[in-house]
Write a protein that binds this ligand. Structure first.
Ligand SMILES: *Cc1c(COP(=O)(O)O)cnc(C)c1O
Length: 408
């Protein structure tokens, strides 16, 4: 037997079934008219942002990095909950604009921005988090050509990184941001060129469950921002402090301690250096805001035994939930939290492998999982599906096409 990850808090049970927003898994599949489908919980999204607000200093803005989940109804809901939005492509700009998000609330990071993307962002009044000297000069030229003053922040590649983070995006040689040593000269050039100076973006990593490491990275970010401001000789209007709060996916993972992170920030904010006294401070989170609020529902198509092992074959798989299959940034495959949705309260009484419908041995959703006895037609729930699921999986693979999505 292999353990399953922890099921996030906030899901409901109705008649022994998993339910979201007052609807059972079977009712949700009926409403969608199809499986597989992603279901996102409005109440859990609202709760997550409320918990963050309660723990963090009021002064700290919360941005949503939309690449985690750009589903339009989720963006519209988040629009009323968070302060700003981070995008990472011109496509995401179009998605955010279509969802009615004010471009003045959007900042645009990403190491390879086409001229057409820079143009669309500058014309709309989006803040660019500039990733290189070359990009800075392209932004100047495009602003001039359009007759629009570009709003420019510099993305810093800091010498430190977020310890224990799943994906390292700072420290040492990186394609992201501008080495911290080069920031003062480029900021001076930006201000002299007449662009609107929007400050600094310092992103240090992603998917960290190490509360101490997050506190340390945030302290280092504030110290570095102060040093840079002094070297630039100008105040920093805005400081995006990055994010990196992780979500527990696997057995023995423990959630980050929001209270401790908030308490440390309260202390730091009470004692900010003069260069940051007036600065608009924010963090940017993707996965932490949406990851646990989503569940992927997939129906069992077949039940078979091979050499003594039982396989539940579902109509979903890695083409929608690449991360759950263990093929997205993990070395050793471990089980995500998973359940038989329409037998949610039943006792586990058999060991099964849950696989997807793709003709590849990579398509696994759970190995040697201890689950209640289930049959063809039952619905499997894969939890922690709210972030980097639908849009971060190869849905065209094997001609499968996308899953349905619902916000309830
Ligand atoms: C991907 C990304 C995020 C979001 O990361 P999460 O781990 O989902 O919180 C935030 N900022 C930048 C710059 C990113 O590239």
């Amino acid at each position: 037997m292999k353990p399953l990850g922890p099921i996030p808090l906030g899901f409901e049970t109705i008649d022994g079934q998993l339910a979201v927003g007052g609807h059972t898994a079977i009712a949700l599949a009926e409403q969608a008219g199809t499986t597989p489908l992603f279901v996102y919980s409005r109440a859990m999204l609202e709760r997550r942002v409320a918990d963050l607000r309660a723990a963090m200093p009021a002064r700290l803005g919360i941005n949503y990095a939309i690449k985690a989940n750009p589903f339009a109804p989720v963006l519209q809901l988040m629009s009323g909950l968070v302060d700003g939005f981070d995008i990472a492509s011109g496509g995401e700009l179009a998605i955010a604009q279509a969802a009615g998000i004010d471009p003045a609330r959007i900042s645009f990071a990403g190491p390879g921005k086409r001229d057409t993307e820079l143009e669309a962002a500058i014309a709309a009044g989006v803040t660019l988090n500039v990733e290189s000297a070359g990009e800075l000069r392209r932004a100047f030229a495009i602003g001039e050509r359009l007759g629009v003053t570009p709003k420019l922040a510099l993305r810093v590649n800091p010498d430190f990184e977020l310890r224990g983070s799943g994906m390292k995006m700072g420290g040492g040689a990186k394609p992201f941001g501008i080495d911290q040593q080069e920031i003062p000269a480029l900021a001076t050039e930006l201000i002299a060129a007449g662009a609107e100076w929007r400050g600094l973006h310092i992103f240090t990593g992603s998917q960290s469950l190490d509360t101490g490491a997050i506190i340390e990275a945030q302290a280092n970010v504030l110290t570095l921002a102060d040093q840079l401001a002094q070297a630039i000789g100008a105040a920093v209007p805005k400081l995006n402090m990055g994010g990196g709060f992780g979500v527990p996916y696997f057995a023995n993972d423990t959630p980050v301690d929001l209270g401790a992170i908030g308490a440390a920030l309260h202390e730091r904010f009470a004692d900010l250096p003069e260069s940051l006294a007036e600065t608009d401070l924010c963090i940017e989170l993707g996965r932490y805001l949406v990851g646990e609020a989503g569940v992927y529902l997939t129906r069992i198509l077949d039940r078979k035994v091979s050499h003594g092992e039982t396989y539940l074959v579902t109509d979903g798989g890695l083409h929608h939930q690449l991360a759950a299959s263990g093929n997205f940034g993990t070395v050793v495959r471990r089980n995500y939290p998973l359940a038989i949705a329409n037998r949610f309260t039943a006792q586990p009484d058999e060991e099964v492998n849950v696989v997807g419908c793709l003709c590849t041995p990579l398509d696994r959703l759970a190995d040697k999982a201890h689950l209640p006895r289930s049959d063809v037609g039952d619905i499997v729930a894969v939890f922690c599906a709210g972030a980097y699921g639908a849009t971060a999986s190869p849905s065209a693979f094997l001609g499968q096409g996308p899953a349905a999505e619902m916000l309830v």
